[in-house]
Write a protein that binds this ligand. Structure first.
Ligand code: IPM
Ligand code: MG
Length: 361
């Protein structure tokens, strides 16, 4: 049976970068024996424009029947005036929730070729290889009650709820420990247990889950300190596990350690290995349509898809080494440009990866 992959280009630079990832998938099918069928769908602002909702039922049905989803990005200034319930971001959040993609893996790896692209000193970041495991379907992003209400004195008050049940904490904890077992066997759980009862429970459950993984060293850190440590000494971390909102914030911070958010892929997995794969950067409306966006995060997201959902680790490695090859060859999109490099646009970068893949066949 061929793997079924749903492709959701989305908004902004989404369609441009996804087109390059599709070139890579096509080569894998033509030359490397990947047995996969792809289908395209609508999500985000472009889905809203076409159908009146950022997550059409058709997209949701297709996603549920696919083995994996590849998503570009959603959102943009055009849709900011819309009410929250139909904003493009709701398309993404709806997919995460409906597909039960609770485990979000956000690796931050520094390619040695890009050490000078980081704003931090090379010695602080060289060799960086950290994995943020972000809880993705709970916490304050989804907690009820939520909204804006009018108080008796006529003043409006906004409110959201941070809520985690033990089972939600336990399953994301297990994800993190399982991943750590395949890495350096260290997990740092990030919370705000000194202030928030919800994350006091988080810490308690992490300790309990950790007892099942005696080989893994578990530590705990408050989120403010974790943000500081990430820019001070990021190489101290192996796996970080944290809540939905803390993970949102810390993963942007970790991404920048590597020089460009344009390099980083992500995987969002359910309990059975079905997943959605997307670059961690957004829709970058400021450069959409200019052909300048870096497609490597999306191409590397295809590698994660092959590894985590399609059981094709060998093909994943081929993509990763092709990306490394194009960096060695000096190809750079503007976000990772450095003097002396060969500046290319989105399509030329995708073509360079395809050429490197074929050359190593
Ligand atoms: C991310 C993004 C999303 C999030 C937005 C677009 C809803 O920032 O994937 O990190 O907050 O989760
Ligand atoms: Mg984010």
């Amino acid at each position: 049976m061929p793997h079924k992959i749903l492709i959701l280009p989305g908004d902004g630079i989404g369609p441009e970068i996804v087109a390059e990832a599709v070139k890579v998938l096509d080569v894998l099918r033509a030359d490397f024996g990947l047995d996969a069928e792809t289908e395209q769908g609508l999500v985000g602002g472009s889905a809203y424009d076409a159908t009146g909702t950022p997550l059409p039922q058709r997209t949701l049905d297709d996603a549920k029947s696919a083995d994996a989803v590849l998503l570009g990005a959603v959102g943009g200034p055009k849709w900011e005036p819309l009410e929250i319930a139909v904003r493009p971001e709701k398309g993404l959040l709806g997919l995460r929730k409906e597909l039960a993609l609770f485990s979000n893996l956000r690796p931050a790896i520094l390619y040695p070729q890009l050490a000078s692209a980081s704003t931090l000193k090379a010695e602080v970041v060289s060799g960086l290889d950290l994995m943020i495991v972000r809880e993705l379907t709970g916490g304050i992003y989804f907690g009820q009650p939520r909204g804006v209400r009018t108080l008796e004195n006529g003043e409006r008050q906004g409110y959201n709820t941070l809520v985690y049940s033990e089972s939600e904490i336990e399953r994301i904890g297990r994800s993190a420990f399982e991943i750590a077992m395949k890495r350096d066997k260290r997990v740092c759980s990030v919370d705000k247990a000194n202030v928030l009862e919800c994350t006091e429970l988080w810490r308690e459950v992490m300790i309990r889950v950790g007892k099942d993984y005696p080989q893994v060293q578990l530590s705990h850190m408050y989120v403010d300190n974790a943000a500081m440590q990430l820019v001070k000494a990021p190489k101290q971390f192996d796996v970080m596990v944290t809540t939905n909102m803390f993970g949102d914030i810390l993963s942007d911070c970790a991404a920048m350690l590597t020089g460009s958010i344009g390099m980083l892929p992500s995987a969002s997995l359910d309990a059975n290995g079905r997943g959605m794969y997307e670059p961690i950067h957004g829709s970058a409306p400021d450069i959409a349509g200019s052909g300048k966006a870096n497609p490597l995060a999306t191409i590397l997201s295809v590698a994660m898809m092959l590894r985590y959902s399609l059981d094709e680790d060998g093909l994943a490695q081929r993509i990763e080494s092709a990306v490394s090859t194009v960096l060695d060859q000096g190809y750079r999109t503007p976000d990772i440009f450095a003097a002396g490099a060969n500046e290319v646009g989105t399509a030329a970068m995708g073509d360079a990866v395809v050429t490197a893949l074929r050359a190593n066949a």
